[in-house]
Design a protein around this ligand. Structure first.
Ligand code: PGA
Length: 249
């Protein structure tokens, strides 16, 4: 059985006091849910967030990591550093990393490999740009993103993979894929994985939707059979909104 997951990607938002305040609010308001709830604060606040949530069900995850073990990579963070502070899940391949920091499929494949070797669970993000959708290439773009970064993995590696389909045109724009568009793509992703591996891999991987999920649209998106939860940006920065989205699952 695949897990239901709601994760908040806080991106480059919230200083230390704000991070702590939001974590306290979330812990106090967290509904009773079987879903896994995760938050990804900025690197400088990760260790404090782990300490703050020691007794909470909310998991602290990282927004990014480097593929190298250690060494001369100024400004970067290694898998071991994350594990050392108690973080064992990491977002890899977010569209902002791809667009602003030049992360290619090849780099992402290396990051995924290192993460899995180190025992870090990967939340792998991918999704098409607006032009791809307009020109009808969205399925082939998504297929190649998956293939290039993930399809050299062993079947057994997939128990450590969470997928987050995030159409770039819906991220932070207020424009959301319709529940039907999300379901159509998630079903395509599952079919693609099942063809590359088998039905047990494709049925067991959680596929989250991301892109302007809000309290007002979460329930309808999450009700689709192949949507196993969401990766939430803007709305995860406001405790009442994030809690409403968790409730929607
Ligand atoms: P958004 O961001 O919810 O603000 O659109 C989603 C994401 O980037 O993961």
């Amino acid at each position: 059985m695949r897990s239901k997951i709601v994760a908040g990607n806080w991106k480059m938002n919230k200083n230390m006091e704000e991070t702590e305040a939001l974590l306290i609010e979330l812990s106090a308001k967290l509904p009773d849910t079987k879903a896994e709830v995760m938050v990804a604060p900025t690197f400088v606040n990760l260790a404090a967030a782990v300490r703050n949530l020691e007794t909470s069900r909310i998991e602290v995850i990282a927004q990014n990591m480097h593929f190298a073990e250690s060494g001369a990579y100024t400004g970067e963070i290694s898998a071991d550093m994350l594990l050392n502070i108690g973080v064992d899940t990491c977002i890899i391949g977010h569209s902002e990393r791809r667009a602003y920091f030049g992360e290619t499929d090849e780099i992402l494949a290396k990051k995924v490999k290192t993460a899995l070797e180190k025992g870090i669970r990967v939340m792998f993000c991918f999704g098409e740009e607006l032009e791809d959708r307009k020109s009808g290439n969205h399925f082939s773009v998504v297929e190649s993103q998956l293939k290039n970064a993930l399809f050299s993995l062993e079947s057994s590696d997939w128990s450590k993979i969470i997928l987050a389909y995030e159409p770039v045109w819906a991220i932070g724009t207020g424009e959301t894929a319709s529940p039907e568009q999300a379901q159509e793509m998630h079903a395509f992703i599952r079919k693609t994985i099942s063809e590359a591996y088998d039905g047990s891999v494709s049925n067991n991987v959680s596929i989250l939707y991301g892109g302007s999920v809000k309290p007002g649209n979460a329930e309808e998106i999450f009700s689709k059979p192949d949507v196993d939860g969401g990766l939430i940006g803007g709305a995860s920065l406001v405790s009442d909104d994030f809690v409403a989205i968790i409730n929607a699952i």
